[in-house]
Design a binder for this molecule. Structure first.
Ligand SMILES: Nc1ncnc2c1ncn2[C@@H]1O[C@H](COP(=O)(O)OP(=O)(O)OP(=O)(O)O)[C@@H](O)[C@H]1O
Length: 216
């Protein structure tokens, strides 16, 4: 199983109530899942645990059969670098690097850089004419396409997208999600898309809702 969560519990030190109160989930390769839930329901928290950016208090978070919970920061970072790619609402591009350098950045860090794969992503995402520009010279939709290329360049097994189209207008959001879905489908990776939009969630084959700290 690509991703396996078992009875995951997470409480933040500052708060008394648990945000996640026993979350279990299996996701296979090639599966695409939309995750919805009200603001504050814990969607980002769950993605952070899956991406190894934070740890669960109890339960199992296993990526490709490796439980992240007992690992230290370096161990979790090593797993994330190779297997898990994250796309954020805010794009998080590096302002001092060109589009081309942004796209190659994470793949180089993970020693998984492949020029041919970059070229394919650049063409598929319509970024060729922008390669030598800097992020601030691009529109929001263009910046998010760069962020998608950067995340997919190392060919992750699991792609986590946290409101990736939240800053885009409806038409641009639709286009960006279509390209993301096509590209993920081509690589056979798994996808978890967090979204507030029922319209976008409906486009994915599997949907789960986070409420009261549990998935339904
Ligand atoms: N680092 C933190 N320290 C303390 N509390 C936190 C932290 N991060 C999140 N929380 C709290 O945990 C709860 C869940 O937050 P989270 O960001 O996971 O929700 P969300 O469903 O992603 O919300 P949104 O849709 O608004 O992005 C919220 O009550 C939030 O205030």
């Amino acid at each position: 199983m690509l991703l396996s969560l078992r009875d995951v519990i997470k409480t933040y030190p500052a708060s008394s109530a648990a945000v996640l109160r026993g979350v279990s989930l299996d996701l296979g390769r090639g599966e695409m899942l939309a995750l919805t839930g009200e603001s504050g329901s814990g969607k980002s928290t769950l993605l952070h645990l899956i991406g190894g950016l934070d740890t669960a208090d109890e339960g199992v978070v296993a990526v490709d059969g490796i439980d992240l919970t007992p690992l230290d920061d370096a161990g979790r970072a090593a797993i994330r670098r190779g297997k898990v790619g994250v796309i954020f609402q805010q794009f998080n591009l590096i302002p001092s690097l060109t589009v081309a350098a942004n796209i190659a950045f994470q793949a180089r860090l993970a020693s998984r850089h492949d020029k041919e794969r970059d070229e394919g992503l650049i063409d598929r995402l319509g970024l060729r004419e922008h390669l030598h520009k800097y992020p601030e010279q691009l529109s929001g939709g263009q910046q998010q396409r760069v962020a998608i290329a950067r995340t997919l360049a190392p060919q992750p097994d699991l792609v986590l997208a946290d409101e990736p189209t939240g800053n885009l207008d409806e038409a641009t959001a639709d286009t960006v999600l279509t390209v993301l879905q096509d590209l993920v489908a081509q690589t056979g990776a798994g996808l978890i898309l967090v979204t507030h939009s029922q319209r976008l969630a409906a486009r994915l084959p599997r949907r789960l809702h986070l409420q009261g700290g549990r998935l339904a």
